[in-house]
Design a protein around this ligand. Structure first.
Ligand SMILES: *Cc1c(COP(=O)(O)O)cnc(C)c1O
Length: 477
């Protein structure tokens, strides 16, 4: 054996080195996994445990509370019943759980390296939803929605997509149930995110940039502004118009509605069990909010523990300063779309004619917040914060350099809020346990990361005057 090998072996097995090596090998557990049979068997409906029921949706014509029949042109009865249900637990069909097995249960991970980087005494855990085929939490509801539509004989679903994640999730789900899928993709994103568009096509769906000339709503917008960049509100109008005009076609929404939030509660239910495995319980649960579904998905099961078991976990929803529906918007009845085709729902809103600034967290640019989440917010059961996009990217990059995973820009908003709280713990010496939802990975958002790393990202806070002006256009009740 050559001399250097002896030196190496001597160093390697020397008593001063050995303990360090042992520590590295044994380490502390950082990944908490559940077996497949622990995929939840029912979704949790927080409405059953709230002190007052959320205000009902209203028919856009009569302004009376909308009944199941009013929603029937767009949704299957199975989902409408969930939308209006006050049952606490709603069984997950075996066919849906069978598909969940492709990526669920998702891992819960202790961000131990990032804790060290931040120098915080806080313990930080995250639930990682980026392991789904589409790379986000959205397939949790897409699969359920496709299933209930298929069961009632629907052969085609239409939808809108902003950044492309929801379009991906629904095209994947439709493919699994052998259904057709038509996606209206907000025009700026269609050109900014070509690979999300490609994925939608690989999963067999048709994708059209919105506003388009394929619908009356799209043509009306184009007549006013031929260069319209589009918005989720406009794309929803187009998708709803197509679905309402055909018997074999329904519409699917990726967030905001009660049944969407319901389907996402598999996240929080798994997390409760995994935190138990970790021997910890969160003092704070944090998630980013666009329409509110991934946050509600992780937070509502913990809210249930607060309400039923007297736990005191803080639940913090984090939105971009450029689209501040909870922190700056108005809690009022408003339309879900620009062309006023949807029922009126009471929600935190920036107005249905909102055209968002061109921030990179595409999934966080909707004008309204889920009515059920808005309701819990105004009951004082959840908190809201806003984050500037450069702070979100800074936190996301710091996280990626410690934990490896590159977060979706949306998830980075949650990460920035976690960092805020972890920094407070550093000041106070508090050893808080923080859990956040990592809603997805950012592999298709690399242009945005480049812009950040090249110092080209600008911060933007939505101006108060624009909010005041939009409030004048809210429906008068
Ligand atoms: C769509 C999306 C969001 C925002 O939508 P919510 O309904 O608020 O969850 C957040 N993160 C990712 C990765 C998304 O794809």
């Amino acid at each position: 054996m050559p001399a250097y090998a002896y030196v190496f072996l001597l160093c390697y097995f020397s008593p001063s080195y050995a303990p360090k090596r042992m520590e590295r090998q044994i380490g502390m557990a950082i990944k908490f996994l559940l077996p497949e049979d622990r995929i939840p068997t029912a979704w949790y409906n927080v409405a059953a445990d709230l002190p007052t029921p959320p205000p009902p949706p209203l028919h856009p014509g009569t302004l009376e509370p909308a009944g199941p029949q009013d929603l029937a042109p767009l949704f299957p009865m199975g989902l409408i019943m969930q939308e209006m249900s006050s049952d606490r637990m709603i069984d997950i069909p075996d066919e849906v759980r069978e598909i969940y097995r492709l990526w669920r249960p998702t891992p819960l991970i202790r961000a131990a390296r990032w804790e060290k980087t931040l120098g915080t005494p806080a313990k930080i855990y995250f639930k990682y939803e980026g392991v789904s085929p589409a790379g986000s939490h959205k397939p949790n509801t897409a699969v359920a929605q496709a299933y209930y539509n298929k069961k009632e004989g629907i052969t085609k679903l239409t939808t809108e997509t902003g950044a492309g994640q929801w379009g991906c999730a629904l095209s994947l789900a439709c493919q699994m149930f052998n259904m057709e899928c038509l996606v209206y993709m907000v025009k700026v994103s269609y050109f900014q995110k070509p690979y999300r568009r490609s994925m939608i096509r690989v999963w067999g769906a048709e994708v059209i940039p919105s506003p388009s000339d394929t619908t009356a709503s799209g043509r009306a917008i184009l007549a006013q502004d031929p260069d319209s960049p589009g918005s989720l509100g406009i794309a929803i109008s187009e998708a709803v118009e197509v679905a309402a005009g055909r018997d074999d076609t329904h519409y699917a929404l990726g967030s905001v509605l009660n049944h969407v939030l319901l389907h996402q509660t598999v996240i929080g239910q798994e997390a409760i069990e995994q935190m138990e495995l970790a021997g910890a319980y969160p003092d704070a649960v944090i998630g980013c909010v666009g329409g509110g579904s991934n946050f509600a998905g992780i937070a509502f099961p913990f809210l249930g523990q607060n309400l039923k078991k007297g736990k005191k976990t803080r639940l913090i929803a984090v939105e971009p300063a450029a689209c501040p529906s909870m922190t700056k918007g108005c809690y009022a009845y408003d339309y879900g779309d620009t062309a006023k085709l949807t029922p009126l729902v009471k929600m935190d809103t920036l107005g249905h004619d909102f055209i968002p600034a061109d921030i990179h967290a595409g999934g966080l640019r909707y004008h309204g917040m889920a009515p059920l989440l808005s309701h819990t917010y105004h009951l004082g059961l959840v908190e809201a914060q806003s984050v500037l996009q450069t702070d979100a990217f800074a936190a996301g990059v710091s996280f990626a350099r410690s934990e490896g995973i590159i977060p979706a820009p949306e998830s980075s908003h949650a990460i920035a809020a976690v960092k805020r709280l972890a920094d407070e713990c550093k000041e106070s010496g508090d050893e808080k346990t923080i859990l956040f939802n990592m809603s997805g990975h950012g592999h298709f958002d690399m242009a945005a990361y480049d812009a950040y790393l090249d110092g080209k990202l600008e911060d933007y806070a939505y101006p108060e005057e624009r909010i005041k002006a939009a409030m004048k256009n809210l429906p008068k009740l």
